[in-house]
Write a protein of this length. Structure first.
Length: 389
């Protein structure tokens, strides 16, 4: 592939998208309390960044994307793109979708089967905001198809493309619209796992190469972590946390985020107090747990409740050859019995019963930790979090 020659819109502002106080309510019968699909959400998409809306079905992520695209009209709030107001409920301003500086790749790709590949790609050049005429249309379309590896099939019917090729064609067509913002609504969800992993690498590579800002919707946590500069975790129409992928995983702000992003052991806390040397000392059914991690600004008071959170890979496990549980001494050490063990090639996935609680453990393969084996668990305090909610 040659270096990109495709024009991308110049930007003079810091944020490609700025959303403030956005709400979208469902119609209710007279006198009924409003139900919000999205409820007072605010976030920004910096120029050139890949930002993902992540959450379970029904959390409001696709509604948010459709409001940005102008396909849904929000009840309250404000949407800016490149410093220009696209929507403002208070001022009753609502720019039409075709006049917004966006391009959208839907879940189904939206490929027109009655057109050849090159005509699909060239559609925004012929009918979009920045229309082009004459030989320039084919030249630019072929350049873009070369960028995504489809120039050799430019004159095929679109129906002759594989799923992965259709995804690349949808992306090529979107980029030829000279978007300031690329909106992607779960574009990889219809593909098999191996192809999905390959194409998400390509998608990220294309996004970086063209320097376009992207707002991506998915319910796939692995996809979000692999693709994104920033992930916005949503739940029940609200934003739970906005952070870099590694911070979401290592420093979740709530039990919902911890449970949704990866795998986590969550133990309800009966009482929490300040621990020696900082951190939190939490009383749980597992026992006393020292948590060195807390959410920024978290105020810990006695009887606060909350959860202890520790990832399976941060739980150390070893066989207890004493047979009496006496090896479980020191901070965050607990006696247990292996309930199940799965060999996954490079690691063992264990479920250990400790104080009548199941604890998930990920450890190196090759250890003699079959079901029924007595073990000692140690939760690394530095990797153990106290979550207030």
């Amino acid at each position: 592939m040659t270096e990109s020659k495709v024009h991308v819109m110049d930007r003079d502002t810091k944020n490609a998208i700025a959303i403030t106080g956005l709400r979208k309510s469902y119609e209710q019968s007279p006198g009924a309390e409003a139900t919000y699909a999205i409820d007072d959400i605010s976030f920004e998409v910096p120029e050139g960044q890949f930002v993902t809306l992540l959450g379970p079905s029904g959390c409001g992520k696709t509604t948010t994307l459709r409001c940005v695209a102008g396909l849904e009209r929000a009840s309250q709030g404000r949407i800016e793109m490149g410093g220009e107001v696209m929507f403002d409920a208070g001022r009753k301003r609502d720019v039409r979708p075709e006049e917004r500086p966006i391009a959208m790749v839907p879940q189904s790709y939206g490929i027109w089967p009655h057109m050849r590949v090159i005509d699909n790609a060239a559609f925004p050049l012929r009918h979009g905001r920045n229309r082009t005429k004459g030989p320039e249309v084919r030249r630019r379309a072929l350049e873009m198809l070369e960028q995504v590896g489809l120039d050799a099939v430019a004159d095929r019917w679109a129906t002759q493309l594989s799923g992965g090729q259709q995804q690349r064609l949808a992306l090529a067509r979107a980029l030829l619209g000279d978007p300031q913002v690329l909106l992607l609504d779960e574009p990889l969800s219809n593909l098999d796992a191996k192809l999905r992993a390959k194409l998400r690498q390509e998608l990220r590579s294309f996004q970086k190469r063209f320097g376009v800002s992207a707002l991506y919707v998915t319910h796939d946590q692995s996809e979000a972590l692999a693709l994104s500069d920033t992930v916005i975790v949503m739940n029940k129409g609200r934003v739970e946390q906005i952070d870099r992928p590694e911070r979401l995983y290592d420093h979740p702000r709530s039990s919902f985020v911890a449970d949704f992003i990866g795998s986590a052991n969550l133990f309800p806390v009966r009482e929490a107090s300040s621990g020696a040397g900082g951190g939190v000392l939490a009383r749980t059914d597992l026992g006393l747990v020292l948590c060195a991690r807390t959410a920024p600004g978290e105020q810990v008071r006695p009887h606060d409740g909350g959860f202890v959170c520790v990832r399976p890979e941060d739980v150390d496990v070893r066989a207890d050859d004493t047979g009496d549980g006496q090896a479980a001494t020191g901070d965050n050490a607990y006696a247990g019995v292996v309930e199940s063990a799965e060999f996954l090639g490079d690691r063992l996935e264990l479920v250990v019963r400790a104080a009548d609680l199941p604890v998930t453990v990920s450890t190196r393969a090759g250890q003699d930790l079959r079901p029924g084996r007595e073990v000692v668990l140690r939760l690394a305090p530095a990797a153990t979090s106290y979550l207030a909610s």
